[in-house]
Design a protein around this ligand. Structure first.
Ligand code: ADP
Ligand code: K
Ligand code: ZN
Length: 433
């Protein structure tokens, strides 16, 4: 089976827009009636639900921000009474206070189907044995993905994180064919599998990797080491969790399902970018019940792509996430995304894909940026001249891409902590000016 929802996945633009409009009106009406926060915001700009007379009228509506979640912590953004909320999750808190989200029975079902649609898109079915190697607490990637696997009808293995060798043994013993985890953890699993000669014993064919930014080169490394296909999976707690945008077998950008989300990619002035351009992903939920989001600014930076895809699906498409606006660091006035550093080092064979950026301020109050990278095991040597050469190469290539001079520390293989969660890439030790 190629499609989970053939009718929706290949629906023509006009029909889809009619469906979106119907759902948008309903969502807007509901938040205006049920959520005091939205009523206040709409009233402030003088817009009423009746003013939404076409899909493009969405631009009349105010944006919702991450801070609106913290200001209305914990349940103030919910659009139904607590009686109807059957589950709570929260964001990982990578940036700031966690955002609390709630789901109705219908939401859990919708989310499960959304994930099953994405899993089907990458060729998974009820025949697969699917290991979920992320934390099963409040993080949406645990129970969320689990529900998706069960909705698809594949066999779910709730492995959680930690004990990596044991996880690999389980994968061998159970004949695991599909894996969900963060790309950084997939890389660690791959390293451990290679070290223990387990790759040949694995039946793994598909990795659904997400929850943090990763690069094309990192994908190639993971695919080569584990002999699998690895697909980018994007999501955020505020919009259900994982499954919001997902790669198809073309591995060239992600599909976002228009029947569930109204997608905008906005430039700095708040205008929709044209195809190929970069902007912030802004989403309006169309089918959510417990927590409806109107023009939510995700903070994630992406590029808008042509909707036509070789796989035959007609949804809106975006590129992999370039980074998040609040991940961007400013070093001596220059904007740096950790993903740029990842891109650079992943092309240098002597160092691993693991890295950390350490920011300090020197005696003259200028920013200093040091990138700590790890030597690959087989690149290790006592020859200082060889090491210096590697170091210089990393410095030069970072300089080419970032346009600033960075320090580079070469660390021994394994020095940078591998976690099952999101990797911590930036350590900012700069004292406030
Ligand atoms: P937090 O913002 O606290 O990390 P979540 O756990 O809800 O909260 O994570 C959602 C965020 O994770 C997204 O907004 C995005 O920045 C990042 N993210 C998720 N999936 C991907 C992906 N495939 N590529 C890049 N970033 C991702
Ligand atoms: K309840
Ligand atoms: Zn496609």
């Amino acid at each position: 089976m190629k499609y989970w929802d053939p009718k929706i996945e290949t629906m023509n633009r006009k029909e889809m827009q009619a469906l979106q409009f119907k759902r948008l009106k309903k969502s807007v009406k509901t938040v205006y009636r049920n959520v005091p926060f939205y009523k206040r915001k709409f009233d402030e700009v003088g817009v009423k639900p009746e003013d939404i007379r076409s899909l493009s009228d969405v631009s009349k509506l105010p944006h919702t921000l991450k801070t609106d979640f913290t200001d209305n912590y914990p349940f103030g953004m919910f659009s139904v009474p607590m009686d109807d909320i059957i589950r709570i999750h929260s964001s990982s808190g990578t940036t700031g206070k966690p955002k609390v989200v709630g789901y109705t029975k219908g939401d859990i079902e919708t989310w499960g189907n959304l994930l099953a649609r994405n899993f089907t898109m990458v060729g998974l079915s009820r025949k697969d044995i699917f290991q979920n190697s992320v934390n099963y607490g409040l993080f949406t990637g645990g129970l969320g993905i689990h529900n998706g696997i069960e909705t698809l009808g594949a066999t779910a293995i709730p492995a959680g994180t930690g004990n990596t060798l044991r996880q690999l043994e389980m994968m061998v013993d159970f004949g695991v064919t599909a894996l969900h985890c963060t790309p950084s953890y997939a890389l660690y699993l791959a390293e451990t599998a290679v070290d223990n000669n387990l790759v040949g014993k694995l039946k793994l064919k598909t990795g659904c990797l997400g929850a943090e930014p990763w690069s094309e080169n990192m994908r190639k490394t993971i695919e080569d080491m584990l002999e699998i296909k690895a697909y980018d999976s994007y999501g955020l707690s505020e919009m259900f969790g994982p499954g919001i945008a997902f790669e198809c077998p073309c591995q060239d950008g992600m599909h976002i399902w228009d029947d569930h989300f109204l997608v905008e990619v906005l430039d700095k002035n708040g205008d929709q970018v044209s195809v190929g351009e970069k902007g912030e992903l802004v989403l309006t939920s169309l089918t959510k019940e417990g927590l409806i989001n109107i023009r939510y600014r995700t903070g994630d930076i992406t590029r808008l792509l042509e909707p036509e895809c070789e796989c035959g699906r007609c949804s809106t498409r975006v590129s992999r996430m370039i980074g998040r606006a609040d991940d961007m660091i400013i070093v001596r006035g220059i904007n740096v995304f950790p993903t740029q550093v990842q891109d650079v080092i992943s092309k240098i064979p002597e160092v691993t894909n693991q890295f950390q950026i350490v920011l300090t301020r020197n005696a003259k109050n200028l920013d200093e940026m040091t990138v700590q990278v790890e030597l690959e095991k087989d690149a290790f040597t006592d020859d200082l001249i060889k090491l210096e050469k590697i170091q210089q190469r990393v410095i030069n290539e970072l300089m080419n891409v970032l346009s600033i001079r960075t320090g580079v520390d070469l660390l021994e293989f394994g020095s940078i902590e591998r976690t099952g969660g999101k990797a911590k890439r930036v350590i900012d030790n700069r004292a406030p000016l």
